[in-house]
Ligand binder design. Sequence first.
Ligand code: ANZ
Ligand code: ZN
Length: 816
Amino acid sequence: MSNYGTAIDKKWQKKWEETELYKFNPDAEGEKLYVLEMFSYPSGSQLHAGHWFNYGPVDSWARLKKMQGYNVFQPMGFDAFGLPAENFAIKTGIHPWDSTEKNIKTMEEQLRAMGAMFNWENEVITCTPEYYKWTQWVFLQLLKNGLAYRKKAPVNWCPSCNTVLANEQVVDGACERCSTEVTKKDLTQWFFKITEYADELLEKLDTLDWPEKTVAMQKHWIGKSTGAEVNFKVKDSDINFNVFTTRVDTLNGVTYVVLAPENPLVDELTTAENKAAVEEYKEAAKKQSDIERQSLTREKTGVFTGSYAINPINGKEVPVWVGDYVLATYGTGAVMAVPAHDERDYAFATKFNLPIDQVITSKKGGEVELPYCEYGVLVNSGEFDGLTTEEAKEAIVEKLAKQGLGSAKVNYRLRDWLVSRQRYWGAPIPIIYCEDCGAVPVPEKDLPVELPYNVEFAPDGKSPLAKCEEFVNTTCPCCGKPAKRECDTLDTFVCSSWYQMRYVDNKNDKIAFDKEKVDKMLPVDKYVGGPEHACMHLLYARFITKALRDMGYLSFDEPFKSLTHQGLILGPDGLKMSKSKGNTISPDDYIKEYGADVFRMYLMFGFAYTEGGAWSDDGIKSVARFVDRIERYLTMCREAIEAGTNNKTTMDKAEKELNFWLNNAIKGVTEDGEKMQFNTAIARMMEFINALSKYMKEETKNLDFLKTVCESFIKILAPFAPHFAEEQWSLLTGKYSVFNEAWPTFDAKALVKDEIEIAIQVNGKIKARINVASDLNEEGIKAAALADEAIVAATEGKTIIKVIVIKGRLVNIVVK
Ligand code: ANZ
Ligand code: ZN
C-alpha cells in the first residue's frame, strides 16, 4: 500500500493547525465567501456517511474557492438541544448534558479526521448558556416587537413522546419521530407570528439561488390563496359568520354551508334535538389528523346543526352542517358548499342527499359532467349569467361589498410558528408569571435563564421543569412578589434559526452579534444540507432574519443566498442506511484503511452530488487505485526531474499532447467544481493521469515543462485530496502550503489541437477518416478529402454533385 493514509492525514492536520492555515480574518484580502454546511445533531451514532457527504465535498468546494482567492469562512458547530438526547436519557438514565458533551467530543474528533478547513475558533454549541442566552434574547426581541404571543389553541399532541408537535413534525397524521398517531389537545402556547411575513417570505423566494423543488415546496407551504370572504346571516337570529372562498363566482350554487367541528359557532347554532349527534361528532373529529380530514378519497362524514343560513346573493336559505373536511385553522373555519363545482362538496352532498345546483358551464358550451371544477361561464346566476368566472368574481365581490356582506381576501396556508415544547432539553422560555403582573419577560440583564441540571425528565405530560422547585419559584421582575417561571422550552428550530449570525461573532458576551460584523459576512453565500429542511429550518431562518432586520439588528433580507441539497448515500443494498437493517457504512473503518482523502474522493467521484446513490466497496477500491496511480506517476516524475537525464528543451508533439490534457483537466475541474459536479471534475483528472502515463514512456522528456505540469496538477487535485496533495506538493517543491497557491487558469490555446480527425462520407456513408491541420480552411479540407485514396476509389466513374463541409467534423460528398 502506498504512502498516504492516516499517517499522512495526521501529519498535515497537525501542521495546518499549528500554522493556523485556515484561521479566518475578516479583514484579509479577497472577496468574503461564507460557506456553510447545516450543523449536525450530536447523536450517539456519530459521524455517518451522510454527514461526510454533506461536509467532505463542500469542504473541497470551499478549498477550491480559497485557492481562487476568496476569503473563505467555513464554521462548524452543533445543534445540540432536542428530543433524541432527552429520549436517550429517559431510556438509559444518562443525563442529556453528559451524553451530548460526550457525543460532541467524539464528533469533533471525527470531523477533524476529515481534514476539513473548518473555522473551529468560531464554533457554536446551541445547548451552552453562552449560546442559548442569546436564543432567549431573540425570543424577547420578538415579544417586544409584537411577534411572539401566547394563545390557547388546539395543538398536535403526540401521546407517546408526550409533547406538542409543530405542524411540520406531523407526517401523514403521525409523529415524525415515533410514528404514533397524533391527537389534538388544547393548551396555552407561545407562538411566533411568522404569518406576518408570509408575503415577503413568498415574494423573496424568487431572488434566491435555491433548488426549484425547494422553492416550490416553500411556496406551497406558505400557500397564498386569493379569494373572498362572504358573510352569511343565520336565519331567525343575529348571528352571522364569514366563509372564505376562492370561487365566489359560484355563490349562486351554494346549497349548504359547513362549519369545522371546532368552530365555536357550532354550539351556538346546534338546536336541542341535534345536540347529542353534534357532540358525538365533535368527539370523533378530535381523533382525526388534518391530513386525513382533507383527504379526497376518504368517505365524507358530517352532521346537521338544525340551523339555516341565508345566501347573501339571492336570499336562499341553506342548511348549516358540521363536517370535519372543514379545518378550524384555515380561512374562517367555515365553508360555503357548492357541490356542483367542488369535489369534496359533491361527495358530501351525494352522501347526505343535499341539492346540487349547477351555476358554471364550459365556455365551449354544451353539457358538462358534475362536479365541474374548471373555470367557465355563469348560468342560473340571475344578473351574473354569461359572465366568465374571472369577471363574475369581481362583479359579485363588488356587489357584496356595497352591502357590507363581502370583500376580497387573501389567505395563507402558513400558520404561526408554535414554539413551546413541554420538554426538558431545550432553551427555557424567558418568561415569569406573576399573579398581579401577568406574563412578564425576564429582563435582558438576567439572561440566561439557566436550564437546571437536576431535573426529573421522565415524561408524564407535564413539563419536566415544572417539577423542579428551584427553577419554578422566583420573584416577579415587576413587583417583586413570588412568581413562577414558564416551564416550557423553545422548539430547537428557534436555536437553529439564527446560528448563522452567531458564528460570525461567537464569543460576544455583550450582544447576540455585532451588526457590522454580521452585515459584512452575511448572507451566507453557499448553504448546503439535506432537503428535509425545506419547510422548517429554512423557512424559520428566513423569518427570523427578516424580523431582526426590521428591528434594526441587521441589514440584509435573506440568510442563505445560494442553497444546494446533497443527495442521500444509501446502503450497499440500495436502501436507506439504518442500524436495524445492518446496512450502515462506518466512515471510520474506511478511513483507517484508505485515509480520509480516498473516502472523500470516492464520495465525490462515485455519485452525482445532488443525487447520491448506493455505496459500493468496489467503487471506493477503484478510487484508492486511482490515488495509488497518481502517486506512482508523480513519484516517477519527481525521480526523472531529480535525475535530470534525457532532458530536452523543446515542445514537441508529446509535450503538446500532455499540455492539452493538463489544460483540459484545469478547465473541467474549474468549471465543474464550481457547479459542484465533482464526479466529472475527477474524471478530467483521470484523463490527465492517462496522458501522463503515456508521456512517461517518452525516451526524452522536457523536464522543466514536466515539473510545471505536475505542479499545476497537484494544485487542482488539492481540494479533492487535501492531505495527499499537500504531501505531494511538499515532495515536489519543498514548499508549504499548496492551499496558499493560486488556482491555475487554463490556456485556451493549449486546448486547440494541431490536428483533428475528420470523417468523410460518400452519400451519407463513412468511407474514410483523415487527419488535417485544425486551422485548415474549408477549401483545404475539401481538397484533402477528395485527394484521399479511399475516396478517389469510392467516387470513381460517378459525378460529384455537391461537397458539404462541416468544419471540425465531417465532409459529405454527394455523387450520382
Ligand atoms: C366555495 C367553493 C366553490 C370553493 C368551488 C372551491 C370550489 P385554497 O385554494 O386552499 O385556499 N375552504 C375554505 N376554508 C376551508 C377550510 N377551513 N377547510 C376546508 N376547506 C376550506 O382553498 C380554498 C377553498 O377551500 C375555498 O373555496 C373553500 O371552498 C374551501 F367550486 O368555497 B371554496
Ligand atoms: Zn408582579
